[in-house]
Design a protein around this ligand. Structure first.
Ligand code: FAD
Ligand code: NAP
Length: 556
């Protein structure tokens, strides 16, 4: 394996560097990948990261109210018992700054910084079939070579700003939740617009409303939400959890979505509305994902079952919002509960009871243009603002990978291969791109799970494959086209059996004009997906080919 001299933090150069593995991205995935490959397998590794710090999502998304929807004790690494037991987040759901501090702590603790090159965006990576290596190019003009490339680029790391006419003309301040400045942003005394009402907006709106003199929210699609019931965790609960590391780790790995939640045995379809209401009321008051990822499983399959959940949640919105017209706008319409990401909220609905907060429907009357003083709707209504906040989401799941000009066998481009939708085996590899791994790639459970669980599973799977390659004397590993075709078909089949494809969501690529409409994550659920991966590995890597001829030819 190649040795690389360590540089001082932040001053690495990447010209003519040759390492065993290049990891792209320094979020949860990249940081753990570096630890596994360097500290556990002894490989030389270079991590390349666009930002100037670790954290990924939690480095970029610094908008007011940014906080995790996964509970603290499971939104962290589980690979090291001491790390898990020693770290303590302060509340039920950790906030952005604390999560960033946690990842920084992990990077320090495992001495990872010396192999991370910041301020370095990867633009391209080309596979050389003759010698089985990748050449990686960066925006800074670096060229690095490596046998393995691990794209730990995230699923929600390419922010999306709609191409409104006149977008550059606004004279006030403009922000995007997914790329927030690293300095305090003040709204006191300002007239603020928030465009969008997804998970980011739902967290930001109550906080911005506390400062702004006027806040106008432009909503295209009302979303179902669940209460967070955020707050401190009782000491007795914390102690019980610390004592149950093995149990928690096992339960979340085997679960449906990476949480300590399991679905009810009895379906909503075979329960009365009163029974459903009673069950959901307890869960609503507890807060968290209990209604979505641990409630009635049949809500994902039949409209009858789903309608009962919707009825319960819609009544809660009408109870909490004073003005009936505003409440009606906030009640979701035309799609089932649970097939669009269900955000957790704190005081979201009550914020619309404040006299200086206004809700504008831009489904019936879309935003036509951004103007120098604000924005204009299609019917000609003008609004004036000091600040516009775009909470308009991400080009999710595929763009972080296809934004890099990956070229595999025969110079084939990944972007071109995925033009009609992603094609992967297990969401981990794509045929024709040997030794390139995609952490939580499309067609893996990824965003339909508590992602730290899925990240650990993928990172550990990649290191297992690389370790097994050494045992087999293999130079390359690659998914077969047959295995990939079968996996793509399987993913669509599983999704089509559910209500997920019936809604226009970013899971379907529907938020980006022109993006193919295919269901992007995998719906096997975390536990069964993990079992499937384990079975494949234990059965001699069905669907993968290992090639040992390159080194032999070089030696010959
Ligand atoms: P990321 O954290 O996205 O990190 C990827 C890194 O790769 C980034 O730092 C990026 O700069 C870098 N990168 C990308 N492309 C390049 C390139 N070409 N060159 C160099 N560097 C590159 N998940 C949950 O499970 N629970 C939650 O409650 C939750 N809350 C979230 C809240 C927000 C606001 C968002 C946006 C996402 C949330 N997620 C949540 C999903 C979250 O993305 C994952 O939990 C997790 O942080 C992903 O880690 P990652 O390392 O895979 O990707
Ligand atoms: P999002 O869910 O995609 O929401 C984007 C919002 O912008 C939607 O309301 C969308 O409306 C609206 N929008 C987009 N284009 C528009 C246009 N041209 N005109 C008007 N409105 C427009 O993005 P997000 O809120 O950033 O969240 C993305 C994902 O990140 C979440 O689903 C979640 O996975 C993760 N996240 C998690 C947390 C957390 O766990 N705490 C917090 C934030 C984000 P439509 O719905 O009509 O498209």
């Amino acid at each position: 394996m190649t040795a690389v001299a360590p540089d001082t933090r932040g001053q690495r150069a990447g010209v003519d560097v040759d390492v065993d593995a290049i990891v792209i991205g320094a979020g949860f995935s990249g940081v753990y990948m570096l630890h596994r490959l360097r500290n556990m397998l002894g490989l030389s590794v270079r991590v390349l990261e666009t930002g100037d710090g670790v954290g990924g999502t939690w480095y970029w998304n610094r908008y007011p109210g940014a906080r995790c929807d996964s509970e603290s004790y499971v939104y962290c690494y589980m690979f090291d018992k001491e790390l898990w037991q020693q770290w303590e987040y302060s509340e039920r759901y950790p906030e952005q700054d604390e999560i960033r501090a946690y990842i920084e702590h992990v990077a320090e603790r495992f001495d990872l910084y010396r192999d991370i090159q910041f301020n370095t965006r990867v633009t391209a990576a080309t596979f050389d079939e003759a010698n089985g290596t990748w050449t990686v190019s960066t925006q800074n003009g670096d060229r690095l070579t490596a046998r393995f490339v691990i794209a730990a680029v995230g699923t929600l790391s390419v922010s999306n700003t709609p191409k409104f006419p006149g977008i550059g003309s606004f004279a006030g301040e403009t922000y995007h939740t997914g790329c927030w400045p690293h300095r305090p942003v003040h709204f006191v005394g300002k007239r603020v617009a928030v465009i969008g009402t997804g998970a980011s907006a739902i967290q930001a709106i109550p906080r911005i409303a506390q400062e702004a003199s006027e806040l106008t929210v432009f909503q295209r699609t009302a979303g179902y939400t669940l209460p967070a019931n955020h707050g401190p965790v009782p000491e007795v609960v914390k102690r019980a959890r610390k004592a149950d590391y093995e149990g928690i780790k096992r339960r979340i790995s085997e679960s449906a979505a990476g949480f300590e939640l399991s679905f009810l045995e009895k379906g909503a379809a075979e329960s009365t509305q009163e029974e459903v209401n009673a069950e959901l009321k307890t869960r609503y008051n507890q807060g968290g994902f209990g209604i979505w990822l641990g409630g009635y499983l049949d809500q994902f399959f039949t409209q009858d079952a789903n309608a009962k959940i919707r009825k319960f949640l819609e009544d809660r919105i009408r109870e909490r919002v004073n003005d009936p017209a505003t409440a009606e706008l906030l009640v979701p319409k035309g799609y089932p509960f649970g097939v669009k990401r269900v955000p957790l909220e704190s005081h979201y609905y009550e914020t619309f009871n404040l006299p200086h907060v206004h809700l504008v429907d831009v489904k019936s009357n879309p935003i036509a243009a951004i103007t120098p003083t604000g924005l204009r709707l299609s019917d000609g209504t003008d609004y004036e603002f000091d600040t516009i906040v775009y909470a308009t989401g991400f080009d999710a799941l595929t763009a972080p990978f296809t934004n890099i000009d990956f070229r595999g066998r025969g110079g084939r481009r990944l972007e071109e291969k995925w033009a009609e939708g992603p094609r992967t085996y297990l969401g981990l590899m794509s045929a024709g791109f040997p030794n390139l791994f995609t952490i939580t790639g499309p067609q893996s459970p990824s965003v339909l799970s508590n992602m730290t669980v899925s990240i650990e599973q993928h990172v550990e799977l990649v290191s297992r494959i690389i370790a097994d390659m050494a045992d087999r004397g293999a130079d390359t590993v690659e998914a077969t086209r047959e295995a990939e075709d079968a996996w793509v078909a399987h993913n669509q089949e599983v999704a089509e059996a559910t209500l997920f494809p019936t809604a226009a969501t970013w899971y379907m690529g529907a938020n980006i004009p022109g993006k193919p409409r295919v269901f992007l994550p995998n719906l096997d659920f975390v536990g069964p997906y993990r079992a499937k991966c384990d079975e494949i590995v234990n059965n001699g890597y069905e669907g993968f080919v290992f090639d040992a001829t390159i080194t032999q030819e070089v030696v010959a």
